[in-house]
Design a binder for this molecule. Structure first.
Ligand code: 13P
Ligand code: 13P
Ligand code: MG
Ligand code: MG
Length: 398
């Protein structure tokens, strides 16, 4: 009996595959515009030369100034060897970035020594252990000049909005809804809520995108094809919480599995057809439209943006990747790009004013507090306000 259980567990473990996506900004040019090919080549070369016993496949890509490593292996999430190889590859790339004097060389490598897990060291991490299906199609979304909460809107649309995803109405497996794991990244807490019954509770949180971020989406245990499986994961790493100051905007990435009882490829893409506003852009301090672009347009030149998203489509089989397909390289997204350009023109006219510039509480980790600090001793009491305050305090004690 025990033997049988063991054998089953073994088969089950063998069948699991992990997709780990780890990304970092390790230097760019001329400012925060784009990665430099020799640095990307070095990261690729390092992984190729050191991964044969760890990874069954990998793919190196980039958006703006961020290098992105997608890795396939059977070591599970939080795997030390996998995290180490990404860290060491970024270190090797940083050495090349430094040799060319690239801007912000090693920007996201906030700690000196690797100590077993890359989380909390600067790079963004999104990984999930999956039971691969006969055909395992998935998408990797990468954003630059924005933050993890920017995925709240499109992930919600893909997995919970029937106007975006007709599969939620039509496909019996999707009709049951999905479970969302949401993190309060300020308090360091998480909660699981399922759709459709908790849609309003979910929206009550994820609209506050700098505080609540969707970390994972799971199928429900009633899903016939793929019960209780992780089907989406997003990086939630906040650099400012690690560094204690603004060092870059936590440009996020996400992995989304698609088809067969999950959002179809086109439903997952449709969530980006409207250039919604995100935080980030210039100096990580401005709201602007998220522009979906093909790889050829993934460089940030206008006001260091506008914030962008690219998407690569893969199919996974026996640990090997086929693809990628450059998913936003499609004239059908020209309308969204044009609209993003119009919104950029509109908000840019506001210069340093809110709501183009982020509100005070989100400027906490930028260089703005230093300016305000310099002025603080020059403030004087406003007499009428002082009198009113005194009156109020006497009233309190009455
Ligand atoms: P599947 O249910 O086979 O994934 O097909 C849905 C689809 O792709 C329709 O566009
Ligand atoms: P990154 O977060 O992409 O490095 O950009 C930083 C910045 O300040 C852009 O203006
Ligand atoms: Mg940068
Ligand atoms: Mg970046």
């Amino acid at each position: 009996m025990i033997k049988v259980i063991k054998a089953e567990t073994y088969i089950c473990n063998m069948a699991k595959v992990t997709i780990s996506h780890i990304k970092a900004d390790i230097g760019s040019l001329p400012g925060h515009t784009t990665v430099f090919e020799p640095v990307v080549d070095e990261v690729r070369k390092y992984i190729r030369e050191h991964s044969s016993s760890i990874l069954s496949d990998f793919y190196i890509s980039h958006i703006g100034d961020d290098i992105q490593i997608t890795m396939i292996h059977d070591g599970g999430i939080d795997n030390e060897e996998v995290h180490r190889i990404a860290w060491d590859a970024f270190k090797a790339g940083t050495a090349v970035a430094k040799s060319y004097g690239l801007y912000g060389a090693g920007q996201d490598l906030l700690k000196d020594a690797f100590s077993g897990n890359i989380k909390g060291m600067g790079p963004g991490v999104a990984e999930m252990e999956i039971t691969p299906r006969k055909s395992e199609p998935f998408l990797v979304y990468m954003m630059d000049k924005t933050e993890p909460g920017s995925f709240n809107y499109p992930i919600f649309k893909m997995f919970a909005d029937p106007y975006n995803t007709p599969g939620l109405v039509i496909d019996p497996n999707m009709h049951e809804g999905f479970t969302f794991e949401i993190w309060d990244i300020v308090a360091g807490k998480k909660i699981e809520l399922s759709t459709p019954e908790s849609i309003y509770d979910i929206l009550a949180m994820i609209g506050s995108k700098s505080k609540y971020v969707i970390k994972r989406v799971y199928t429900r245990d009633t899903h016939e094809k793929l019960p209780d499986e992780n089907v989406a994961v997003i990086t939630t790493d906040k650099l400012s919480f690690i560094a204690g100051e603004y060092v870059g905007k936590d440009d996020p990435a996400a992995i989304v599995r698609i088809q067969s009882g999950l959002p179809a490829s086109g439903e997952a893409m449709e969530a980006f057809s409207y250039p919604f506003l995100v935080s980030g852009w210039m100096r990580g301090s401005f709201n602007g439209p998220l522009m979906p672009v093909g790889m050829k347009d993934s460089k940030m030149t206008r006001f260091d943006g506008p914030p962008r998203v690219v998407c690569l489509g893969f199919v996974l089989k026996d640990g090997r990747l086929s693809g990628p397909v450059d998913m936003f390289d499609d004239p059908a997204f020209d309308g969204a790009r044009r609209k993003a350009g119009e919104i950029a023109d509109y908000v840019r006219r506001m210069g340093p004013f809110e709501p183009h510039r982020l509100p005070d509480e989100e400027m906490e980790y930028t260089t703005l507090p230093k300016i305000l600090d310099k002025l603080k001793d020059r403030f004087k009491e406003v007499d009428s306000v002082k009198k009113k305050k005194n009156l109020l305090s006497t009233k309190d004690t009455d």
